[in-house]
Design a protein around this ligand. Structure first.
Ligand SMILES: NC(=O)c1ccc[n+]([C@@H]2O[C@H](COP(=O)([O-])OP(=O)(O)OC[C@H]3O[C@@H](n4cnc5c(N)ncnc54)[C@H](O)[C@@H]3O)[C@@H](O)[C@H]2O)c1
Length: 272
């Protein structure tokens, strides 16, 4: 009998797989038969992968070099793209927007048209991006920009809405996921996001620093009552990237242990 999830023979590109959610995903993919994993990261993953391309997702030249290697003559097309690399607002807003939004968009748009039909793109967004309806006009204006330099300038010119960059970058990613669903369909692909609440990864202390312990602990306690593990989130990414999610497209899957549901149902007290 065929396993329900089988990545054997699929070419998989993952950004940000040195640590945290991305590293957990590499483990799960291996358990699911994956044998062609390409990692783009500033740090070389400890797990063995078929190809590591040192890439700074915040710099267009570095991203373009990675794209050229991925698409080198004779290389098979990509089946699955996981846009997972991300940084917190302990870094400047400009850097956060480059890595979390501009770089992700550049890589996606270069790979998508040549991906194998039947494949998928999955983004790691965040519940921090749930406020997108309040900025939709600005987000669409930013996402409409094709040039890297103009995107960087837009970020500099809109410091009021971009703020520290993190929430806005994830708002952009949630909207981008929905905007690209139709394009994905036209290529026989799907694009979705996973939106985690706090996850126990090397990035969590940075969120504690920028968002306060009080807010992070509140989201954890009012949700599942335990912090998510990297594997919890990697499972959601794996699902959306697999054929089990064959009719799911343009969805921002909230993976927050029930926090948002409880909040919307008025079952959670706001922190004092
Ligand atoms: N940890 C959380 O609480 C949380 C919550 C919601 C969303 N997220 C998102 O999950 C994703 C993964 O983060 P994580 O929590 O596993 O943290 P992490 O720091 O363990 O993983 C981030 C990965 O991105 C790589 N990376 C960092 N800067 C890069 C750059 N410029 N170019 C290429 N790669 C780069 C890192 O080397 C690492 O492999 C991020 O997009 C993050 O925003 C995390």
């Amino acid at each position: 009998m065929q396993p329900l999830i089988d990545f054997a023979g699929k070419r998989i590109v993952i950004t940000g797989a040195y640590s945290g959610i991305g590293a957990a995903l590499v483990d799960l993919l291996r358990q699911s038969g994956a044998d062609q994993i390409v990692v783009l990261d500033i740090n070389e993953p400890e797990a063995s992968v078929e190809e590591f391309i040192e890439t700074d997702m915040g710099h267009p030249v570095s991203i373009d070099e990675a794209i050229a290697k991925i698409k080198a003559d004779g290389a098979p097309p990509v089946d699955l793209l996981i846009n997972n690399a991300g940084v917190a607002a302990t870094l400047p807003a400009d850097t956060v927007m480059r890595v979390n939004a501009l770089g992700l968009k550049r890589l996606t748009e270069a790979l998508l048209p040549e991906m194998n039909a039947g494949g998928a793109i999955v983004n790691t967004a965040s519940v921090a991006g749930n406020g997108w309806p309040g900025h939709l006009e600005q987000i669409n204006a930013f996402l409409d920009i094709d040039s890297w330099d103009e995107g960087v300038s837009w970020v500099a010119d809109h410091a009021d809405v971009v703020a520290d960059g993190y929430s806005f970058s994830k708002e952009c990613l949630q909207v981008y996921t929905m905007r690209m669903a139709k394009t994905a369909t036209e290529h026989g692909l799907r694009i979705n996001s996973v939106c985690p609440s706090p996850v126990d990864t090397p990035l969590l202390p940075a969120f504690r620093e920028t968002m306060t312990d009080q807010l992070i602990d509140w989201a954890i306690e009012a949700g599942a009552g335990r912090v998510a593990t990297a594997e919890d989130q990697a499972r959601a990414l794996l699902f959306l990237g697999s054929d089990l999610a064959s009719y799911i497209n343009g969805v921002n899957l909230i993976a927050d242990g029930g926090f948002g549901a409880a909040l919307q149902m008025g079952q959670v007290e706001l922190p004092t």
